[in-house]
Design a protein around this ligand. Sequence first.
Ligand SMILES: Nc1ncnc2c1ncn2[C@@H]1O[C@H](COP(=O)(O)OP(=O)(O)O)[C@@H](O)[C@H]1O
Ligand SMILES: O=C(O)C(=O)C[C@H](O)[C@H](O)COP(=O)(O)O
Length: 299
Amino acid sequence: MDVLTVGETMVMVTPEAGGRLGTDGRFLLRPGGAESNVAALLARLGHHAAWASALGTDPLGDLIVRDLERHGVDVSLVRRDERRPTAVYFKDPTPDGTRVYYYRAGSAASAITTTDVGEWTAHAPRLVHVSGITAALSAQAREAARALVRRPGLVSFDVNHRAQLWSGDAPEVLLELAQDADIVFVGRDEAETLWGTATAEDVRGLIDRPQYLIVKDAAIEAVAFTPTGVHREPSTKVTVVDAVGAGDAFAAGWLSGFLDGRDEPARLRLGHYAAARVLESPSDFAELPPAAEIVAELG
Ligand SMILES: Nc1ncnc2c1ncn2[C@@H]1O[C@H](COP(=O)(O)OP(=O)(O)O)[C@@H](O)[C@H]1O
Ligand SMILES: O=C(O)C(=O)C[C@H](O)[C@H](O)COP(=O)(O)O
């Protein structure tokens, strides 16, 4: 197993054909979750990627399992919970950007534990990927997130601050988790909101323990602080159709380059490429060619 990603996946409800949530009667149901997005894109890029979480025994859980299997994700570690439901969220494409409405309190995934984490990581993946969303779901999910970032092997952590899910302690908790990981992804704006940092260098001043820190500045560039020095790579020019999922795609592209032993500029370029394809697509994940073809195309 190359990568194990852990975190809640919900059923995402979107109005059909670009309509609005409050006025449309026709909707599409698809899986939506940061960590399973990363697993699905890594699978597309040619890696053995597993995703682990808990789902209800309801048909919504079946939908998620089936769809991720179709995308080539190993779902054999997913735990089904008879007593708790699969979570749902709605996306409303407003003229000012997409608004998200969560129905996830008390969900199966919000009850994941450190015992789950022990069982999942016993399968010895080369890398575990987790995000800050898990730490916002419940007290026990927060402990599970802590256990994940502190596991002995390689861990990558996407800060993924979701303000709607937190009640004030996000800056401390997310900084603590980031410091315990080996690879950290964070948006420059996200870091500014959380910790008041302005530049990528300011973020490195704060998150100084991980071997790799990647600070993404949306349409401008991504900056990687690595053992071989600081690398900057400009973002790709794109027409944005839906911004949700770009961060997950960037992480998948970068991690794919890391797992394949590519140099830092190639990792950053793969991140930008995958993010650009998702930005141009109405879905949270896009069809991607295998990594070797992308690298050949990028030159
Ligand atoms: N407007 C944009 N133009 C081009 N690329 C973008 C744009 N916004 C985001 N990206 C790409 O998506 C990546 C992730 O962006 P980010 O803002 O961190 O996403 P998210 O908020 O989904 O986590 C960036 O590093 C970049 O590659
Ligand atoms: O789990 C949640 O709370 C979600 O929001 C699910 C979203 O599909 C991804 O998290 C998208 O994440 P980005 O790539 O940062 O846009």
